[in-house]
Write a protein that binds this ligand. Sequence first.
Ligand code: PEP
Ligand code: MN
Length: 280
Amino acid sequence: MKNLKLAARDKTQRTVIDVDGIKIGQDLVVIAGPCSVETETQTIETAKAVKAAGANMMRGGAFKPRTSPYSFQGLGLSGLRILEKAKKETGLPIVTEVIDPRDVSWVAEFADVLQIGTRNMQNFALLKEVGRAGKPALLKRGMYSTLEEWLNCAEYILSEGNAGVILCERGIRTFERYTRNTLDLSAVPAIHELTHLPIVVDPTHSTGRISLIPTMSIAAVAAGADGLIIEVHNNPKEALCDADQALTPPMFADLMNQIRPLHQFMTTLPNNNLEPSKGE
Ligand code: PEP
Ligand code: MN
């Protein structure tokens, strides 16, 4: 991948991105929350529940890139204000999506991490703007994209001076229809071979099935993911977006009880894949 001047794995150290003391690329970082911000009660209740279960950061979309223009598009600025309140209540830093380059500078005032969604991975104007935003970016893999295309998009952000790029594997489109997408877990060790940037896994959008989320979360941690981003809703049946794939708070708490000891165990393995091997 010869065009990667900044993203390529030519450093012995992996990049660690510090968000309010949370070290992405070093500790296992769990980001959880609803697909979209719907109401203050829904967002704050969910934020408190994921915090109580041990999440490190909170997610929630105020701008939703929907397949249909007639579906709920998100609350915009009022959604960001609700996220701000949720952060005040819980202390959890906010990961939220930005979909329009014109919105980046003001969304960055609310976001601790700016999410770029799968449908916008190659929106180069957006990538450049996020590169200048002064906040870390969570760059989701395009659902039709190769690792090389994805890393070139990371390069767009890095080359504007933003060193805080977190990659997110969220599944790719294949012929399989049982799952919403196909989670490419081999991307996790492959990304660690190719770049020093951290990678988190989204077991929610990749599977689209609640029943598969715990197993694939465990598998992602075992594969060496630096974190997970998981949709949780205080009342999934009422969710305005992605209702079929949101965990309830108790389901999320059960999952956290499995993945923390697993990650702890992995740090004890010789030559575990959490650390780069020596001499590279
Ligand atoms: C999301 O995380 O809210 C989202 C829309 O995901 P994706 O871009 O991966 O579809
Ligand atoms: Mn969603």
